[in-house]
Ligand binder design. Sequence first.
Ligand code: PMP
Ligand code: GLN
Length: 384
Amino acid sequence: MPLLMPPSKLPAVGTTIFTVMSRLAAEHGAINLSQGFPDFSPPPRLLERVASHMAAGANQYAPMAGATSLREAIAEKAGALYGAGYDVEAEVTVTAGATQAIFTAVSAFVRPGDEVIVFAPVYDSYIPAIELNGGRAVVATLRFPDYRPDWSEVAALITPQTRMIIVNTPHNPSGAIWDAADMAELERLTCATGIIVVADEVYEHMVFDGRRHESVMRHPGLRERSLAISSFGKTYHITGWKIAYCLAPRELMAEFRKAHQYVVFAVNHPLQLALADFMRERTEFATELAAFYQAKRDAFRQQLAGSRFVLQPCAGTYFQLARYDAISDLPDTEFARWLTVEHGVATIPVSVFLPSGADNRVVRFCFAKGEATLAAAGERLRAV
Ligand code: PMP
Ligand code: GLN
């Protein structure tokens, strides 16, 4: 008998734009500035440490919460950068990527009927994670063209059903960052509530022009209600390793781990040990990342000077937004396809991050690429 398919739990969801655009880029031999990943290698010393731990026999399950040496390195970093004290045993967990950390945080706390506030443009995994867990996403707007939060709108969206707010700074895809006043607003709105904050800080080290990353960990009134998430994928040029972490006060972390242990149980063991070694040996690697990516941002913007694209400001992340109204009237999804097929540069249309479907004729380029790639892309984009 043919299977009677149950109705989809995610009826509106197709294949992610990252998969769609990277595939299209490959099919057409286009330069892939769509999906966010570097086209250069991680530090050789890090790879050497992986091989060494594998050879030494670290090939079985890691501890459920993560290898102790890595959790220690993560806690030390949170202390050194943000002045935040986290207990290595109870308050740090290594995850299989930030995507898993976000899903796990949502599934640990969100019940059917709960509301979760997200900010649009919204990273594509948040709303499906909320909906798979029976929650309802409530969308606050980061208004084009500056993508600033409107705190009076957020205040109006908070109800007794609001269980969680998911924030993301530096912000993908806009490249905007929040400042201390934004964090103060977030704290003011949540301080007398039971709302949990999930802070997606995967681009914490990519903040430019001397500005500082406003981690929830810096702000004690937010820290106490927050799960802070970062990803080694971004920081060490290893998006393919899918390894990240979550920091939270012990009561929150205890609930997070109840879900974590049945989602993945534990994370790739030799990679954790290698990262722990590398973090200890090269503490400056993470903090030098801002200058490294700022130079790439500037090189890419320079490449596009003289093109018909109009560049948005980029304060952080490794993404550059560009308006193309001077080039075409096409909707952004069609423009992205056209640019890939006809001009050989793949990009991400920003409307896919907007549940409203609003299309401001903006596309996102990833500049985490070597000089030659950025120069070749620049040449093609100047000719559009
Ligand atoms: N959050 C944001 C804002 C991201 O851009 C990404 C990926 N680039 C992730 C989460 C997922 O990170 P990971 O690859 O570690 O799952
Ligand atoms: N976060 C990356 C981006 O925004 C892609 C991650 C993925 O492919 N899911 O491009």
